[in-house]
Structure formats: C-alpha cells, structure tokens
Design a protein around this ligand. Structure first.
Ligand SMILES: [Zn+2]
Length: 73
C-alpha cells in the first residue's frame, strides 16, 4: 500500500505525537476514491466501516479481507 496517495498521512499519524496530528499534520484525506485509490477499512462499531486513509465512513461491513480485495478491483 506504499503507493497509496494518502499513505504518507497514515505513516505520519502512526508516528507523530497527538498534539502535532491535532494541528492538522498527517490529517486524513477527504476520499481515497476521489484520487483513484482504494479504501482500507477498519471496524468502527461492528456495523460501520471507517477508512485508515480518509474520512469516509461506510454504513456497510467492509473491513474483512474479501471485501477489501473487492474494493481494489
Ligand atoms: Zn479511504
């Protein structure tokens, strides 16, 4: 996933202290899909999916491996 346009933001968020992230450094992108990339979903609450890279939230369960592979097509 290193070629993902928002990869550097995710990389930064995993390494920077929270006060820097709160200033907007390493902030999530608006929408992976709008820049031609795939979302990388995680489980928010068992019913919704959030993306590691961007601010999009899906009302569907997208975080399992099969769904993620389908999103790449
Ligand atoms: Zn995304």
């Amino acid at each position: 996933m290193k070629n993902h346009p928002y990869y550097i933001r995710l990389w930064l968020r995993q390494r920077l202290p929270w006060f820097l992230i709160n200033l907007g450094i390493g902030e999530k992108g608006i929408d992976c899909f709008s820049v031609g990339a795939a979302h990388k979903w995680y489980n928010i609450d068992g019913n919704k999916s959030g993306c590691y890279y961007c601010k999009q939230i899906s009302e569907e369960i997208n975080w399992n491996e099969i769904r993620n592979e389908n999103n790449l097509i």
